[in-house]
Design a protein around this ligand. Structure first.
Ligand code: UDX
Length: 439
């Protein structure tokens, strides 16, 4: 199959590289010349484990190409994926579809024979209809069809998620689109990946409903964590106790500082907008968003409480800045709200992240960036673990305690054993643990 992938962002690049790895010929197109030039030199625009190797292997095999020119690539394409950004529009939370529509127009003008246009970007219900209208209005060849094929890739695990998906969702309105996408995904069937064919609007909604449901699990367990602290229960055990019930499942029940990233915050807001426009208010999703927003802001209060009620003149060391481990993505990271809150209340903040510092620098003015996870705590009154990178798990807490001025350890991911922290003289505070504030 000849595939064109428009957009070499996170989704486009991972999907393009993986399709090539499965033997298809893929041309990735992006208007950003520096990005394409970088990819020609083997430089990845994002940090994703395993991506560089898979890109370079397939480029060498001649199956993966990068270009800024859509027209030449499109002439032989069977499927053209749109994987451009859909950021939340400022002010109203609507997904900004201008890049998607611009791509559709450009495709329509460049196509000389029918192809299947597939949205991979997360787009609100009805976007496929609008793309079909744009194609017609711009005289795309008869027989060109539009399908929806949402992605469910987690940053940091995207290649695995692509190759061994829980399911593949294809929303299509005609047989040709269904046949082409069946062929595109055939190599994955060996991995027993179920493929679900639905209508286009249904597929568009599946993506939002999935992300909103996962976000709901997180906000739910975070509220349970607060209750655990108040009544002397342990949220990790509660999560295990409920998660062993197959109807609930064990995943996405880790209490923490609130969800961030490029998907959950944006997609939950966009779903609320769709629901409002359809006059079907989604109160549960609205609460999930509110709980999460408030939670992120409240994390600074935890640190203030742990430091006896004032942050004035205190040094707080932050471990982990990215919204989750194994990514350099800072979008809507809980660390941003936390650090802003700490600084507003007079704290001096030092931070370390294994790969996120370059991105974090411009977002976090006034923060001192350390070179490693030990020097960051030098002279600190409190240490806050925000992102659970593996390398923080084996931290020598005795050495940490020795380097700190104070002794507050605020573990927002429940990574450390409270007893061990207490043994080395730290005052441990986790999230939703019976021992939330072990002295
Ligand atoms: C998510 C979806 O998982 C993926 O299917 C979709 O396509 C894109 O959005 P991603 O944003 O990369 O992926 O990360 P994910 O692992 O889902 O985590 C999102 C946020 O939730 C992170 O901030 C994470 O720390 C938080 N989280 C996740 C929790 O706080 N607790 C959990 O139990 C799980």
């Amino acid at each position: 199959m000849q595939i064109v992938m428009i957009g070499t962002g996170y989704v486009g690049l991972v999907s393009g590289a993986c399709f090539a790895d499965f033997g298809h010929h893929v041309t990735c197109v992006d208007k950003d010349e520096s990005k394409i030039a970088g990819l020609h030199e083997g430089r990845m625009p994002i940090w994703e484990p395993g991506l560089e190797a898979i890109v370079s292997h397939n480029v060498k095999r001649g199956r993966l190409e990068f270009t800024t020119e859509l027209k030449p690539a499109i002439d032989t394409a069977d499927a053209i994926f749109i994987a451009v950004g859909t950021p939340a529009r400022h002010g109203d939370g609507h997904a900004d579809l201008s890049y998607v529509y611009a791509a559709a127009e450009e495709i329509a003008r460049a196509l000389t024979r029918p192809a299947v246009i597939v949205t991979k970007s997360t787009v609100p219900v009805g976007t496929g209809d609008e793309i079909a209208r744009i194609l017609r209005a711009n005289n795309a060849p008869d027989g060109t069809s539009v399908a929806s094929n949402p992605e469910f890739l987690r940053e940091g695990a995207a290649i695995r998620d692509f190759k061994i998906p829980d399911r593949i969702v294809v929303g299509a309105e005609d047989d040709r689109a269904r046949e082409v996408l069946h062929e595109v995904y055939r190599p994955l069937f060996l991995n027993k990946a179920p493929i679900l064919f639905t209508g286009r609007r249904t597929a568009e909604l599946i993506k939002y409903a999935a992300n909103a449901f996962l976000a709901t699990k997180i906000s739910f367990i975070n509220e349970v964590a607060d209750l655990c602290e108040a009544v002397g229960a342990d949220v990790q055990e509660v999560a295990r106790g409920i998660g062993l019930d197959n109807r609930i499942g064990p995943k996405f029940l880790h209490a923490g500082p609130g969800y961030g990233g490029s998907c959950f915050p944006k997609d939950t807001l966009a779903l609320l907008q769709t629901a409002e426009a359809a006059d079907v208010p989604m109160r549960i999703v609205g609460s999930v968003v509110a709980v999460n927003d408030e939670r992120k802001v409240r994390m600074a209060e935890r640190v203030r409480e742990a430091l006896g009620g004032s942050l004035q003149g205190k040094k707080v060391a932050v471990l982990g800045l990215t919204f989750k481990p194994n990514t350099d993505d800072m979008r809507d990271a809980p660390s941003l709200a936390l650090i802003a809150g700490l600084q507003q209340q007079g704290a001096r903040v030092a931070a370390f992240d294994p790969v996120g510092i370059d991105h974090a620098r411009s977002l976090l003015p006034g923060v001192e960036f350390a070179d490693d996870s030990y020097s960051v705590v030098d002279g600190a009154d409190a240490l806050v673990l925000v992102t659970e990178w593996d390398e923080f798990r084996a931290l020598d807490l005795k050495e940490v305690a020795r380097r700190m001025r104070g002794n507050a350890l605020i573990d927002l991911r429940n990574v450390y054993e409270p007893e061990e922290a207490t043994r080395v003289g730290l005052t441990y505070r986790g999230v939703g643990r019976a021992s939330a504030a072990v002295a």
